[in-house]
Design a protein around this ligand. Sequence first.
Ligand code: ASP
Length: 425
Amino acid sequence: MADDATAAVARKTGPFSFWTNLKLWQQILIALVAGLVVGAIWGPGAENIKPIGTVFISLIKMLIVPLVFSSLVVGVCSIEDTKKMGRIGAKSLGLYLITTAIAIAIGLIVGIVLQPGAGIDMAAAVAATPKESPGFIATLVGIVPKNPVGAMSSGNILQIIVFAVLLGIAMNLAGERAAPVKAVFESFAEIMYKLTHIVMLLAPYGVFALMAWVAGKYGMDVLLPLAKVIIGVYLACILHVLLVLTGGGIMLMGRLNPVRYLRGIIDAQAVAFTTTSSSGTLPVTISCARENLGVSKPVSSFVLPLGATINMDGTALYQGVAALFVAQAFGISLGAGDYVTIILTSTLASIGTAGVPGAGLIMLSLVLTSVGLPLEGLAIIAGIDRILDMARTTVNVTGDLMVSVLVGKSEGELDLETYNKVAVV
Ligand code: ASP
């Protein structure tokens, strides 16, 4: 504490006091806008500073496996009541599915109203060669790890979750004899949180570099013809966050202050927006949930890694808009049955989508195929996918955090004092 106070005084008088006195989220937002401006002026040359962003992403990725694994084992161990564990799992899954289905519906409505594909000349499209997407059953069967070390080295989050949950349950069953290992995991998890904080201090610089690169790469020439798709996806994302996640979820169901929620998650949103990976954002998501929103360790360490892997509201609504875009661009009309099929396959596809950059585009092939839409449509979308990915990943992370707050509150695992401490201005 004394050290912090000394540091604060030192910061106030330093040569960069304007910058260092800002809160982290303020620094990140400034970096985001500054990156956009610099990239727009610099153009493709902004690629030169991309390595700073790449280092930042690598640092966050470095944290994922050890952080998720240790905090999940500790989380499961601390819920000795297996019934409670099952309840938390069931509530999370239920909320994940409902919000995802609503997200697609919003995407479809925006797609119908805005008509993003009207007037697009599909003949200009390069033939698309979409990558194979894994089947749904294969994904389900594949969540049990044959080799937990292999799962960790390849960063397979679902397999890591399964192993960590089983290990935590077994540790509880072993009782006193597991106490030393439990203490090691607890201590290790704390170290990983500290490391997350250290890495986050670099976030403004990483965010700046990534934004400059994106803005430099996509000039107006690329953006204008597809402006309607971009506007459609961003509009659907904003509607979903404001009406469903914040309005419906946090305010109505949770009876909590929505502004505090949005302020508390801003770091995670900024990192999601610039890295386009909800798995990559996970360490920051977990720290926002715990430190700003007051979600308990057991709930956050279980609900959030699960959400980062299977809950993708943004991806789902993007698939709705994109499917309609392709249908309109090819002049194919869809019937009521097609819309139901899109809702079902998009929900499944978003569950199967990995929380990594561009994964949603690959899964889009599944949705298009399910209603017989031409895969060539992917080629056009692919050109602007990064920009769409930024919005959908931000929504994906916002949805995970909303569910962690609601589940936490309903289980008495939300510290309201912490939640209400978040400043609203
Ligand atoms: N990039 C997204 C995520 O990590 C997934 C997607 O491509 O839709 O959440």
